[in-house]
Design a binder for this molecule. Structure first.
Ligand code: FRU
Length: 545
């Protein structure tokens, strides 16, 4: 509780914020309309604002994703969980399992708070050859979780293991395994370093805005190797680091990426990343130490970490879809918070340097239902092109490609748009805008009039990220899910995740331009199916505990 109280306290001191945080479509040839189920909030995962295809706990509070690991056919998602209430507290590890990273099955709480020790964020690994001696037989494998044991006076790193593929967990009897006597020392991410054949841990020193690297051969004895930071964004506190190697697309070159979450008084929660080299001992930043590389330009993506030991080497990221600035206050009923959709990471070379690219995992396409496609339509100011055709929806995937190209003989009649984009959850006095501002070459999401914005100060926002057009083309890949918007711009060059709390009755979709015209080169809209049903689909995770 301490960290939260401290950061809440400083926010309050500044006096700025109160820190507390399927429908049936009928399709005909050119319309896609939804049968309204928004009044039905009695069913499973049908409460107001409940997300339909994002992970959220059945009830109570959730924050960071933890312990992401793939083991014997199952992707595990543990998460910071309060089993006793809808606000932060009693931190334990909740648990869910998936075969496809889209459909989730709830498993029992894995690690519970005991006495006055809370189970804070951390990671999990497959101890392939029983390096810890904690697995059942000499050369057998087992899951080992590495987490922060938190009390009011100290944070240290502890481990727990499972002999039944993650169903039940035992805390190691000689915990902690890493204790530096520090009050703020948390969120260990452990991974197997193949080249040096050892375990590496990256862990945060939040108030010093540093991460530390440790090594181990048995997950029990840890040896400190080096520190990194403060660099990049150095306001606030640093939390939940991650470190991994990725190929720079199409070059064969490999680089290391260090992810750091930061929580600052004025801006709230956000994430940055560094690219560079890691020789098994220390991390060297490729860029100048004041360059800030933003992972997500929205207000609601925090504590994002990646899965360990994924079989096809994909680097898969999920993040907490919330912001400490108002996380405890978001207007939901029996549960609070969600995780983002899962994204696949890549590095790519751009004129400005190597940057992280994020794409929604293809498995999400399995949720696609009714579909509408349009192409090569010129949109002029005031057209209300889509509203006229009665497009609406609360759980949608939208892929839009706009082209704005100078016309040989410009005139008032064919002036180009200064801004264009898509409005969702649109109705009388309500809209969320996913737009592009031509002059500043930036993508934005405007949630100023997105619905309920009054539950906390500081929720109203227009989030913006620089995104130059690629040959006059702007691509928006948008996921709308009842109370959330995730936008992937220009094939993952930038991403923006924002929560919204709209009136579900007002859910029209509209394409708009201001100041002139734009060509909608192509548009695809799908209704997305819910992943939740009261009866667990046993074909997904047949070995439920
Ligand atoms: C980040 C964080 C972590 C901590 C956990 C506590 O959101 O503050 O640093 O381990 O949440 O719930």
């Amino acid at each position: 509780m301490k960290i939260l109280l401290l950061s809440c306290f400083s926010l309050l001191c500044l006096g700025l914020y109160c820190c507390t945080s399927p429908t049936d479509y009928t399709t005909n040839t050119d319309t896609l309309s939804q049968t309204d189920s928004s009044n039905d909030d009695s069913g499973y995962y049908q409460e107001p604002y409940r997300l339909a295809y994002h992970f959220s706990p059945e009830k109570n509070w959730m924050n960071d994703p933890n312990g992401l690991v793939y083991y014997q056919g199952n992707y595990h998602l543990f998460y910071q969980y309060n089993p006793t209430g809808t606000r932060w507290g009693h931190m334990s590890w909740g648990h869910a399992v998936s075969k496809d990273l889209v459909h989730w099955e709830h498993w029992p709480v894995a690690l519970e708070m005991e006495d006055s020790t809370m189970i804070f964020s951390g990671s999990a690994v497959v101890d392939q050859h029983n390096s810890s001696g904690l697995c059942q037989a000499p050369d057998s494998s087992c899951l080992v979780a590495i987490y922060t044991a938190h009390t009011d006076s100290i944070q240290n790193q502890a481990i727990a293991y499972s002999h039944d593929r993650g169903r039940t967990w035992t805390k190691y009897k000689n915990n902690p395994v890493l204790d530096e006597g520090m009050k703020d020392f948390r969120d260990p991410k452990v991974f197997w370093h193949e080249k040096e054949r050892k375990w590496v841990m990256v862990v945060a020193l939040p108030r010093e805005k540093k991460v530390r690297f440790y090594e181990s051969h048995n997950l029990i004895q840890w040896n400190m190797m080096s520190e990194f930071g403060p660099e990049g964004f150095v306001d606030g506190i640093w939390e939940c680091p991650d470190l991994f190697e990725l190929e720079v697309e199409g070059t064969g070159q490999r680089k290391w990426v260090l992810l750091v979450s930061y929580n600052a008084d004025l801006t709230g929660s956000a994430m940055q990343y560094f690219t560079g080299d890691f020789d098994g001992k220390s991390f060297q930043n490729d860029n100048t130490n004041d360059l800030v590389l933003t992972l997500d330009y929205g207000r609601d993506f925090y504590a994002g970490v990646t899965w360990n030991q994924v079989p096809d080497q994909r680097r898969l990221l999920i993040g907490w879809f919330n912001n400490w600035m108002y996380a405890n206050d978001i207007p939901t009923s029996t549960w609070r918070s969600a995780q983002s959709i899962v994204r696949e990471l890549q590095l790519k070379e751009f004129p400005e340097g190597i940057r992280l690219i994020q794409r929604p995992i293809p498995a999400l396409q399995a949720l696609r239902q009714a579909h509408k496609h349009e192409e090569n339509i010129t949109i002029k100011e005031g057209d209300n092109f889509l509203s006229l055709e009665n497009i609406q929806g609360k759980q949608l995937e939208i892929i839009a490609e706009f082209v704005y190209e100078a016309i040989d003989t410009p005139s008032e009649a064919n002036a180009l748009a200064s801004e264009f984009g898509i409005k969702v959850f649109k109705g009388d006095k309500q809209e969320t805008i996913i737009g592009y501002d031509v002059a500043s070459q930036s993508l934005f999401v405007d949630r100023t009039q997105s619905g309920d914005t009054t539950f906390t100060e500081g929720f109203v926002a227009k989030t913006v990220g620089l995104m130059p057009a690629e040959e006059g083309t702007i691509k928006m890949h948008i996921f709308v899910d009842r109370s959330s918007i995730e936008v992937f711009g220009n094939d993952g060059y930038i991403v923006m995740s924002n929560r919204i709390f709209p009136d579900p009755q007002k859910d029209a979709v509209d394409i708009y331009t201001t100041g002139g015209m734009v060509t909608l080169k192509s548009l695809d809209i799908w209704e997305l199916q819910s992943i939740w049903s009261a009866e667990a689909d046993q074909s997904l995770v047949s070995d439920k505990p």
